[in-house]
Design a protein around this ligand. Sequence first.
Ligand code: PXP
Length: 257
Amino acid sequence: MKRPKLGVNVDHVATVRQARGEHYPDPVHAAVLAESAGADQITVHLRQDRRHIQDRDVRVLRETVGTRLNLEMGATEEMVDIATEIQPDMVTLVPERREERTTEGGLDAVRRADELAPVVDALQDAGCWVSFFIDPSAAQIRAASESDAELVELHTGDFCDASAAFHNRSDTQSSRQAEYDRLVEAATLADGYDLHVAAGHGLNLENIAPVAAIPEIEEFNIGHSIVSRSVFVGFKEAVREMKEAILESREHGFDQV
Ligand code: PXP
């Protein structure tokens, strides 16, 4: 059995800092606490508009992260220059639109194959593993494999949305199950292509169990729910709880999708 890993996304620690233009809370401090509480990876998204994580954060994290640093970014020339200079352990390519509240939908690895090829080459030449954040679809997984990505991160947003609806309405069980089946099939397919498989977006303590039980998924990148929960229980405890929930589900399964 693969021991699942937790990547903690500290973007929203920076969101709180940027809201007041202060120098605190520092995502670097959060990363230290996350690692001491069992995080296996620290993830940050350097957005074009710098709304939360700043260039300085990525540079300092490169010096301080002792596990693995995963930089999420759009496949732009500016970001490729930054990544090849800072050399995070891994780069996750995400689609990015300025007006979106958070990453909406996966990267279109099929239609953007020609544009992504030199980006993947440049990042791999700089020593970074490359992950594609994609929707759980066969065509996207095939395209990621053909682009020589080392990993795919499956977008769990639709499953999480269906799960949130399920809490409010009893007639949404079938869409929750359908979204879950898509994730299971995608994880199996990606594993068959010898891609490492990650998952993320919208995961929280209420919906993590079924996703964490999918054996092909090696790592989970989780941010908003951990930072939100840390307001009440502290950052280390929020990370520890999530790691425990992931390990518990992988080991003992879950009750109901
Ligand atoms: N993975 C990717 C590729 C993302 O873009 C995000 C959001 O920044 C996450 C994981 C984390 O999502 P959330 O903050 O909803 O846990």
